[in-house]
Design a protein around this ligand. Structure first.
Ligand code: SIN
Length: 323
């Protein structure tokens, strides 16, 4: 049961994903095509949503593995426009699971919304024998109507995660997401929210000026992600430096170090050469849990406590903001 939203409208924006996926055979949970079903049809399929004041809009229809700047721009711009409407109390976004954590993070960094923005998804296509999308969508709308968690959150399998912390950790299970040491924000139980913690709301980066730069950009500043691993030789970094790409020169490298941010000595040498050429090098850890605990012996002094993919986005946005 969802508490009726007498105090305002909820907007539902569709972007594709498995939640909108369809397989030729009912019961096939993996051999499907993502982003086939309109967000309007997804909403129509959930009886619990029919009596609510909803506005539904298809912003994109993509498999989120192919997420790119143009879709993020369309989404961020529509989201900002809807959040500015006084009658809108919250926005829900349907999205693929594969990059939902990156989209959530980008939206939180750009907008730091004071209203709830709830991303949701599904691990099974809409044609599955027992699809998880309808329940996830229903839970997301329940959280949006409840209003106790502002900012960008993400709901899957009954758990609510913060944009900053959430990561997809399983390839197949319905509860595919985890918030690491921070833990989830809340659970959704029969349309009711059981709150565990409330994250800081944060400020939009650069007072919202970054949003304008983001919306006008033709590409994000180029930041590549490299992993340290046994037998690493730095060849990938040298290849990146050798590449003459005048339109989109290499501006940064995020290195996902082993353990507490250790990096193979041959990769360190290549990264130091990159830094010598003006490329920002930011260190994080490839460990799924924890963050780099800083100490003077680290190979690089620029350290992020974000996951590698989010550290990459944070650096790209910072570089975008600094021109
Ligand atoms: C996607 O990320 O768009 C496809 C996979 C999924 O949603 O689970």
């Amino acid at each position: 049961m969802i508490q009726a939203n007498e105090d305002g409208r909820v907007v539902i924006l569709g972007t594709g994903g498995t939640i909108a996926g369809r397989a030729t055979q009912t019961g096939d949970n993996v051999g499907y095509v993502a982003a086939q079903v309109s967000v309007g049809a997804l909403v129509d399929a959930v009886p619990l949503l029919q009596d609510l004041s909803l506005d539904v809009e298809q912003v994109a229809q993509v498999d989120s593995k192919d997420m790119d700047l143009s879709v993020w721009q369309a989404l961020a711009s529509q989201l900002a426009a809807h959040l500015a409407r006084p009658e809108v109390r919250a926005v829900v976004v349907t999205h693929g699971t594969d990059t939902i954590e990156e989209t959530a993070f980008v939206l939180q960094m750009l907008l730091a919304p004071r209203k709830p923005v709830v991303l949701t998804c599904a691990m099974r296509p809409s044609s599955a024998l027992v699809p998880d999308g309808p329940q996830n969508l229903s839970d997301a709308v329940a959280l949006a109507c409840d209003g106790s968690l502002a900012g960008v959150t993400m709901v899957c399998a009954g758990m609510v995660h913060a944009a900053r912390d959430v990561a997809k950790v399983h390839t197949y299970r319905l509860d595919a997401f985890d918030s690491g040491d921070e833990g989830p924000l809340a659970a959704v139980e029969e349309g009711r929210i059981r709150l565990f913690r409330v994250p800081a709301l944060g400020q939009p980066l650069h007072d919202g000026g970054l949003l304008a730069s983001f919306l006008a950009a033709t590409a994000l500043p180029r930041v590549e992600l490299v992993f340290s691993h046994a037998d690493a030789d730095g060849g990938l970094v040298r290849a990146l430096l050798a590449q003459a790409d005048g339109d989109r020169p290499l501006r940064g490298i995020v290195v996902a170090g082993t353990g507490n941010g250790t990096v193979h000595k041959d990769l360190v040498a290549a990264l130091e050469a990159a830094r010598g050429q003006g490329v920002r090098v930011c260190l994080t850890s490839r460990c799924a849990r924890g963050h780099v605990v800083t100490h003077p012996g680290l190979s690089f002094d620029e350290v992020s406590d974000l996951s590698p993919v989010k550290a990459r986005l944070a650096l790209a946005l910072e570089l975008l903001g600094s021109g």
